[in-house]
Design a protein around this ligand. Structure first.
Ligand SMILES: Nc1ncnc2c1ncn2[C@@H]1O[C@H](COP(=O)(O)OP(=O)(O)OP(=O)(O)O)[C@@H](O)[C@H]1O
Ligand SMILES: [Mg+2]
Length: 286
């Protein structure tokens, strides 16, 4: 077979090999549709193991091969580490090149990458540490003790659970005055949550939930930065959308702006099916 010419599809002169000729040939017609319709919003809704990730990775490759965008223009995100690893491997395999510069990974890894770049905007140093749950618990015990609360009534573990849940819901300590958790703790939770956040900052640390919450805080505050990211991510691809929590959804929504060039892959139990936005609006609340 004759050697094909390599095209330069990156602004910074990186070279990329053209795909195999059969790059689309292993897709069925519905998958092909989802891959080729790169410009509109699309939901791939299908059962386990039916080819959602394949659609996502092939669509990404198609965007690059057709020069609609380069890897720096794409946000590609999923829920679990395992899925992110697999997604990245498959993208690299289909592109035949590493994708180190790309925003690809779990919501948390992408949040961490964002936060390392912009930590200064919330008085954090960019070499911050990410606490595990044991460290979180230790910090919460200190806070609860410093407030002279009875730790038999105010269990640090319960506070840890509640704070994690609140962060999953995208709620900061100043937004929970009517939350059931605040009532359950007789109004102590917001104080504990607030002091816990102060201590985290003093230690130049964040917890797992902050990897989404703090980027949200920055993007809500810094409109120019938000605008730049909305412009930067021409395409957004989301795998395992069914597992997305409220704070992750808020982050996606902020980053996508008014853009319609996104793909959401969501697992369902019935047989393979994909539809466009108009027919299943309930899944598209962007
Ligand atoms: N049209 C197709 N023809 C042949 N093999 C396919 C096709 N679509 C997907 N596959 C293969 O089926 C397997 C499952 O695909 P994939 O991982 O993309 O599914 P998924 O829907 O993302 O699964 P999960 O629900 O577990 O995330 C893979 O090995 C993939 O290469
Ligand atoms: Mg998958």
């Amino acid at each position: 077979m004759p050697q094909r010419k390599q095209h330069n599809v990156f602004e910074n002169n990186e070279k990329i090999k053209l795909p195999d000729l059969d790059f689309l040939s292993t897709l069925n017609s519905q998958q092909k549709n989802a891959v080729l319709n790169t410009e509109g919003p699309l939901l791939v809704l299908s059962g386990a193991g039916t080819g959602k990730t394949k659609v996502l990775t092939t669509r990404l490759a198609n965007i690059i091969y057709t020069r609609k965008g380069s890897i720096k223009d794409i946000l590609c995100v999923t829920f679990t580490n395992k899925a992110a690893f697999e997604m990245k491997m498959r993208v690299e395999k289909i592109l035949k090149m590493p994708v180190e510069g790309m925003f690809i990974g779990t919501f948390h890894s992408i949040g961490a990458k964002f936060l390392r770049r912009h930590a200064n905007l919330i008085n954090l140093k960019n070499d911050f540490t990410i606490l595990d749950s044991e460290d979180q618990l230790r910090l919460l015990k200190q806070v609860i003790n410093s407030l002279d609360l009875d730790t038999k009534l105010h269990l640090p573990k319960s506070y840890l659970y509640m704070i994690d849940q609140l962060k999953n819901q995208g709620l900061s300590h100043s937004e929970i005055s009517n939350h059931e958790f605040e009532h359950k703790t007789s109004g102590k939770l917001s104080t504990v949550y607030s002091m816990y956040q102060d201590r985290l900052k003093n230690f130049n640390s964040v917890d797992f939930g902050d990897l989404i919450m703090l980027p949200l805080e920055i993007l809500k505050k810094e409109k120019d930065l938000l605008f730049n990211y909305q412009k930067k991510f021409k395409y957004i691809l989301v795998d395992e959308y069914q597992d997305t929590n409220a704070s992750q959804y808020m982050l996606l929504r902020l980053l996508s702006g008014k853009k319609k060039k996104y793909l959401l892959c969501r697992r369902r139990r019935s047989i393979y099916l994909w539809m466009e936005r108009s027919s299943i609006k309930k899944y598209f609340e962007f």
